[in-house]
Design a protein around this ligand. Sequence first.
Ligand SMILES: Nc1ncnc2c1ncn2[C@@H]1O[C@H](COP(=O)(O)OP(=O)(O)O)[C@@H](O)[C@H]1O
Ligand SMILES: [Mg+2]
Length: 247
Amino acid sequence: MTRPASRQTLLSVTGLNAWYGAAHILFDVSLEVGRGEVVALMGRNGAGKSTTFKSIMGLMDRSKGVQSFMGHDTSGLQPYEIARLGLGYVPEDRRIFSDLTVAENLEVGRQPARRWPDGTAALAWTPEALYTLFPHLGAMQGRRAGQMSGGEQQMITVARTLMGNPYLVLLDEPSEGVAPIVVEQMADMILGLKKQGVSILLSEQNVPFAELVSDRVYVLEKGQIRYSGSMAELMADDSVRREYLTV
Ligand SMILES: Nc1ncnc2c1ncn2[C@@H]1O[C@H](COP(=O)(O)OP(=O)(O)O)[C@@H](O)[C@H]1O
Ligand SMILES: [Mg+2]
C-alpha cells in the first residue's frame, strides 16, 4: 500500500460484511483512511459504496467486521455514538431542514471544538469560516434552505456536517445528480478542505472528479474490494478502470 506508514490512521475497517435482510451485500471489505488524506471509494451503481458508509456509521441492521475510529472500537456502536466521536457523514440523500434558514441549518450541526490525541487543537469551524469556503451560502444566510437549488442544498449539508468539527468526513457521491458547475464547486471545496488538513472518505463513480481530488482509491465491485492504490496508479491502469469503473 502506498500510504506513508508514519501517517496516523483515523479510520480502519477490516473484514466488513453487511446484509439487507437475507441479501448479503458486502464481502470482507477492508479499508483505511489516514489523517489528512482524501480517499475515494469507487465503483459503479450498486457496487456497495453507500452500504459501506452506512455500515461505518452503524446504520445497518446487520453487519459484522472490525471497525475502529480514532482508536475507539466502533463495531456495534450506535450511529449517534459514532458521530459523537467526530466522524462526519453526508449521506446520499442530503437532508436539509427546509423550513430553517441557511444559517439555522448550520447551527443544527454545531458541536464542541475537539483536540487530537496529542493535545493539539483540531480545526474548529465557525459559520464565518464556512461562508468563506462556500461564498454562495454566505450571500444567502437568511434564505430558507428549501428555496435553494439542489447544488446549494448539497453545500448546506456539507457545511452543517463541518460545524460538528469532524476529524474525518464521509461524503457519499458528492458529484452525483448536481449540475456540472456544482461538480466544479464541489471539487474546489474538497481541495480547499484538504489544504486545511481535513480528512475525507468520498464515494464516487465519476473518475475525472475523483482523480482531481483524491490521493488514494479503493475500487468496489459486487461488494468486494477489487483494487486499491494511489490515484495516479489507477489512472495509469486502463484495464482496471475499464473493468470496474467506466459505464
Ligand atoms: N435498502 C435496501 N434494501 C435492499 N437492498 C438494498 C438496499 N439499499 C441498497 N441495496 C442493494 O445493495 C447493493 C449495494 O447498494 P449501494 O450500497 O446503494 O450501492 P452504491 O452506493 O455503490 O450504488 C445493491 O445491489 C442495492 O440494490
Ligand atoms: Mg450510493
